[in-house]
Design a protein around this ligand. Sequence first.
Ligand code: ATP
Ligand code: MG
Length: 450
Amino acid sequence: MLNKIFNFIRPGSKPSRPAKLNIIPRDHHPVSRKKISPNAVKVLYRLNNAGFDAFLVGGGVRDIYLNDTPKDFDIATNATPEEVRSLFGNCRLIGRRFRLAHVRFGREIIEVATFRAGHDKVEESSVQAATNQEGQILRDNVYGNQQEDALRRDFTVNALYYSVADFSVYDYVGGVQDLEDRLLRLIGDPATRYREDPVRMLRAARFSAKLDFAIESATAAPIEELAPLLLNIPSARLFEEVLKLFLSGQGFRTFSILRELGLFKFLFPGADDLLEAGAPYAEKLLTAALKNTDSRINANKPVTPAFLYATMLWPEVLQNKTVYTEQGLPPLPATHKAAQIVIEQQIKHTALPRRFSQPMKEIWELQERLVKRQGRRAEALLEHPRFRAAYDFLLLREQSGEQLEGLGDWWTEFQQSDPNHRLKLQEKTSGKSGKPRRPRRPRHRPRKRD
Ligand code: ATP
Ligand code: MG
């Protein structure tokens, strides 16, 4: 049903691999040095002047073609990582799966990758490459030429090369045509390419949402069946992908596409169960949270994985908490216990580093504490480092249909009030929620001596 709304799967008109290299001269494409980061241009020229081939490739070329601002700039070269390192003082070699050179300029890192061969060639030479039984590539360090490098990339639109030697764009896979057609097409046989690296399925959803491109039908077809291969991906890598999927400004759209393709359940299985069961609250909460996150990102406001995970997992926490309170646990311990179980389940799928799980738990815990606002508690809560996130979270919960007796409005008003009005607000709450105020004992006055 969602693909009707987004129309995100579409048959392609041309075969996936035109055999011939298409070289697009400078006056027929929009990529210019002005649109490339000066540091990336520097790296390209230094490699070039040292006698190596060097190209801007991937998202850098793609986004400039689409008149977007690239997020980062990747360079491909025939120089080996060691040769790259010898040319740049500010260079580090990284990576096990892919060996890469990172050239650092202050906060900007330019990634330089040596041309690599695809998996076919890898199997023949086999020394440095390995796959598991599912066909997944474990190591992939067999160097190749530019054409081989193009063929081992994921989507045609990600395999365009811009040269500072002649300012042309090199297209081995029909990427320019697909850019014009706004089509995401995997290079080669889709099922094989997903087996090599199941994360490519997530990338299809991500780029489709980010670029507003349709996924070519043959590229979309195997996803439903192969989605369980994501279970073989280390949870730390999936965590990185989750951040790119949901914290890049198109989170809601990505979420819809992931669900339609049957991928979401391999990232957040608990949330997916509730969504599939038709829990209207879960649907509303995740929709509101992701849309809210998107608008924050697009307004250059900060977002955090802690808040994202807090919302993604909240419907499950709530469900578990209800069970525990029915068993007689008070709200706060029930929340704690529910949180623990939900986190334990989730990190089997996508990791969640402690620096994010800790603040996430605080956001949840504060949901209980925000109810109890008598006396000095309310003022003290305002000072809590996580108050703002917890308050935003509370508003989302209410927006999504949780009945909280106007708690969100109360906190909104409380924050905007002067001390006198704050006192009045607090008087109104006494006895309403949380523990009722104990009647004050009469002050003990020392007895007058006669
Ligand atoms: P963005 O940086 O905007 O997210 P990108 O296309 O630059 O998009 P990166 O993850 O930076 O994506 O990767 C750079 C390039 O490396 C891609 O454009 C693609 O050519 C290649 N690539 C990345 N990941 C894969 C993969 N899993 N399989 C094959 N090729 C890949
Ligand atoms: Mg990139």
